[in-house]
Design a protein around this ligand. Structure first.
Ligand SMILES: Cc1ncc(COP(=O)(O)O)c(C=O)c1O
Length: 453
């Protein structure tokens, strides 16, 4: 790769946008005192973003795991324009519309068992917030108080208060500890290729679950997990058999099971939903990101029929007091429907299987390196650890991210974890470019030639 491409001067337009951004914008998960200038994006197509200088950047993390079929997809664009010409929004209490009903009906058909009741909100965090509230209130409506939630070490579920509480095991939210609700954090048996100790780790996690169910079972409202893969926690996988066992234990103790498939849903793990691989039905499931192909803020919390029925009654007290101005936004629903149709039209699951094969072949190549360990491949995700890797936002991980970006690759290490999660439309040539660039970055790091630009 050519280092000259990193030194092109920024266009006047980009300089102007950055200067104005720096005066007025507060970015997510960003330490503004130390962060480099942001990249100005002016266009995106397929698996690529284009900056203000027209430079291509392969979006190898699908813009925080949202983009599924590719950026600016013509069919989704057309569906969005069609709906915009009909109407853009209407309040969703006392009103309804076909795009929302279509999405709800389609999801109920795709999800297993009696997961039939779809509550719309705007993003992954609110989908989790709604799930926590449904679980908690369902006990209140039954006349019981169950204030404890169970979650997993390393789990991440979003940034609102309830979501942060169940994500406390991610170690990201220390500042908010005093505001959090009661959560008991269980050990997570993260596993990888050639892991000899996985059985022991799983047994340890299950016995912790058994102990808390025995001690406090009557006070536990729900357990939440990202099925098969913790995303922000570092692309940490668990086995389907472990997931199945824990769901059986929780459900037989009467505890509500929430699956957070905000990141794992819509094909990322090789099946449309991760939980399919374990053959189990949760009580609540949270979906977002791929739900609308990364286009617009939309999420759903889908409940089993029996849970919904607990909210019926003669008074408003039993109803769920939750809603947002943009609940079930028709533009987002139209996008979602078009995106869901594309799975068949473009044989998306076969594309994901192909990406998986390419990832596996790359893993074989990486396995020969002394500097990387703990390989994981599932669906469209490839992940591994740098042996001497730093923490989240360490200088080393920032240097690597900056080098990748300067060389046309959007790869953002999560601490010592390097991972790829490309949009499903990525071509073979683009994948080859991604693997070669990723490996060259590792070579630079290993040789000590990486410093922050
Ligand atoms: C598993 C999981 N749950 C919830 C969220 C929060 O979603 P959002 O960023 O849309 O609020 C995320 C975001 O990355 C996630 O990965």
């Amino acid at each position: 790769m050519n280092d000259e491409q990193t030194s092109d001067p920024l266009s006047r337009h980009a300089q102007d946008v950055i200067a104005r951004d720096k005066r007025h914008v507060w970015h997510p998960f960003t330490q503004h005192a130390t962060e480099c200038d942001p990249t100005v994006i002016t266009r995106a197509k397929g698996a690529s973003l284009f900056d203000a200088e027209g430079r291509e950047i392969l979006d190898l993390i699908s813009s925080w795991w949202t983009c599924t079929h590719g950026h600016s997809h013509p069919k989704i664009n057309a569906a969005l324009a069609r709906q915009a010409n009909e109407f853009e929004h209407v309040l969703f209490a006392g009103f309804t519309h076909e795009p929302a009903v279509n999405v709800a009906e389609k999801l109920a058909g795709l999800l297993p068992g009696d997961l039939n009741r779809v509550f719309f909100s705007d993003n992954g965090s609110t989908a989790v917030e709604v799930a926590i509230k449904i679980a908690y209130q369902s006990w209140v409506n039954r006349g019981e108080k169950r204030p404890i939630l169970l979650a997993f070490d390393g789990g991440y579920h979003g940034d609102t208060l309830g979501a942060m509480s169940v994500g406390r095991g991610s170690q990201m939210f220390g500042a908010f500890r005093d505001l959090m609700c009661q959560v008991y954090v269980l050990p997570y048996p993260a596993t990888f290729e050639g892991d000899d100790l996985v059985n022991e780790r799983e047994a340890g996690a299950l016995s912790s679950l058994e102990a808390i169910l025995t001690d406090r079972g009557q006070s536990i409202a729900a357990i939440i997990i990202e099925p098969l893969m913790q995303g922000a926690g570092g692309m940490c996988f668990c086995r389907p058999s472990f997931l199945k066992r824990l769901v059986e234990m929780a459900q037989s103790a009467g505890v509500i099971v929430i699956f957070d498939e905000v990141a794992t849903g819509f094909g990322r793990t090789g099946t449309l939903f991760a939980h399919e691989q374990a053959g189990i039905v949760p009580d609540l499931i949270c979906l977002s990101k791929g739900l609308m192909a990364g286009y617009m803020p939309l999420s759903v919390t889908v409940a089993r029929d029996g849970l919904f029925d607990l909210f019926l009654g003669d008074t408003f007290d039993r109803a769920l007091p939750h809603g947002h101005s943009f609940t079930a936004n028709p533009l987002a629903c139209a996008v979602s429907l078009a995106a869901l149709d594309l799975y068949e039209e473009e044989q998306t699951m076969a594309r994901i299987a192909h990406i998986n094969e390419r990832h596996r072949a790359t893993m074989e190549v990486l396995a020969a390196r002394p500097d990387v360990v703990k390989f994981r491949v599932l669906g469209s995700v490839l992940a591994f650890e740098i042996k001497e890797g730093g923490a989240y936002q360490s200088e080393q991980s920032k240097a690597l991210r900056a080098w990748y970006l300067a060389h046309g690759l959007n790869i953002r290490p999560l601490g010592s974890t390097i991972y790829l999660m490309p949009p499903y439309c990525i071509t073979d040539e683009e994948l080859t470019r991604a693997y070669e660039g990723m490996i060259e970055g590792l070579d630079r790091l290993a040789s000590g030639a990486l410093s922050r630009p």
